[in-house]
Design a protein around this ligand. Structure first.
Ligand SMILES: [Zn+2]
Ligand SMILES: [Zn+2]
Length: 399
């Protein structure tokens, strides 16, 4: 018990809510002590160690008290459901330990089953996926430096520069949050989630002006699209590959800066930083989670080659709102499953559920929306879990 208190106390620098961490530490310890009871004679420190490890995971993955409490509550609920350990196989903190019962009945994602869920051409079009037909149309704005663009954040028109002066770094004043409706004394108000200021107020953060291209011809004119290699070309081809990409603002709009890919068994295939082909204006850290590209080994071309070890025309690509990722990868691909379509919003497109909402509602799994940007691996894995869940009971997925 002493050690656990110490753990809570050493985390004091990070949060000022020692009372809660103490309480949680004690509850985690109680659960691990119950679960590991038959093993404690041989391994007396096991419960203490795992309570500490579990708490560290929660602290690492959360950034504030509310997040900490919610994640701790979810984990405690899982631990309470866990049976008393039978043997060494049952050792593991929440997330590591897999119930042998569910392991046995786990559904295998097969090509035959997954093929039935692939988006039709019509659906791809509605969702805004890039297509070969669009690329054949002439035109497209290949202009970058020196051209006039509307800023993606503040909507003002500005001239794109490749070298920014000190003053260019703060010219854009914008809100990074979304708009939400709140009722105040019977009156509807539109407030920004970032700062709770009302619609039309001055932005709460500053940065450089940035832009992004929306249409396929413009994207293609700057950095060309390619098609995935023909069926059979991938040496280590997978049935399903779930993708999650991060983008940053460059002088050529938004470009790919990170790719994470996992297969249908949630095995990680690649997780790489990518150098964009144009000058970076803003790494978009708040969303991408990327603070630096130092250590990146790939550019777009080489990272796609890496991906093509596992992906060819026969592979099903899976993701949430994957059209953005396909645009970032400049990739045309015929077989796509999108969790946006598997679990549609009742109002229909353009309304969509976010991945976090789906994870909570469908998987009863809480994905932390941290201030450090999101966890690409967790997002890709969540898509696989959602697909698996859908295959188990496509009709039973009431939201
Ligand atoms: Zn704001
Ligand atoms: Zn701006």
């Amino acid at each position: 018990m002493y050690e656990i208190m110490l753990n809570a106390a050493t985390n004091f620098y990070k949060y000022d809510y020692t009372c809660i961490t103490k309480l949680i530490s004690q509850r985690l310890y109680d659960q691990f002590h119950r679960i590991y009871q038959p093993l404690l004679a041989a391994q007396p420190t096991l419960a203490t160690e795992h309570a500490k490890a579990q708490e560290s995971v929660i602290l690492e993955k959360t950034s504030n008290q509310a997040g900490y409490k919610q994640m701790a509550t979810n984990i405690l609920m899982n631990l309470k459901k866990r049976p008393v350990a039978q043997n060494e196989q049952d050792i593991g903190i929440d997330g590591e330990w897999v119930d042998p019962a569910t392991k046995a009945q786990q559904i295998v994602i097969t090509l035959e089953k997954a093929n039935k869920l692939v988006l039709t051409e019509e659906q791809l079009k509605t969702m805004g996926y890039p297509s070969a037909a669009e690329l054949e149309q002439q035109g497209g704005d290949g202009q970058t430096v020196g051209s006039q663009k509307a800023c993606d954040r503040c909507k003002k028109t500005y001239v794109v520069k490749d070298v920014l002066q000190e003053s260019d770094l703060n010219v854009c004043q914008y809100h990074h949050g979304r708009m939400r409706m709140v009722m105040n004394r019977g009156e509807k108000l539109r407030l920004y989630t970032c700062c709770n200021e009302s619609h039309g107020s001055m932005g709460c953060v500053k940065g450089p002006h940035v832009y992004k291209d929306e249409n396929t011809q413009d994207l293609h004119a700057k950095i060309p699209f390619i098609s995935t290699p023909e069926a059979g070309a991938a040496k280590e081809s997978r049935t399903v590959v779930a993708l999650d990409c991060e983008m940053a603002y460059t002088t050529a709009g938004m470009e790919l800066v990170r790719v994470t890919a996992v297969d249908e068994n949630c095995q990680i295939l690649l997780d790489e930083l990518v150098f964009p082909s144009h000058m970076v204006i803003d790494l978009n850290t708040r969303y991408s989670g990327i603070k630096t590209l130092a250590g990146a080994k790939h550019n777009l071309d080489s990272v796609r080659k890496e991906l093509f070890k596992y992906v060819d025309a026969n592979t099903i690509l899976l993701g949430h709102g994957l059209e953005n990722d396909m645009n970032a990868l400049r990739l045309l691909h015929p077989k796509i499953i999108d969790t946006v379509t598997l679990y549609p919003h009742p109002k229909g497109l353009p309304f969509r559920y976010g991945l976090r909402v789906l994870s909570t509602k469908i998987l009863q799994k809480f994905i932390q929306d941290s201030t450090e940007g999101h966890d690409s691996f967790e997002d890709a894995k969540t898509c696989v879990d959602l697909l698996e869940k859908y295959m188990k009971s496509p009709q039973g997925q009431k939201l």
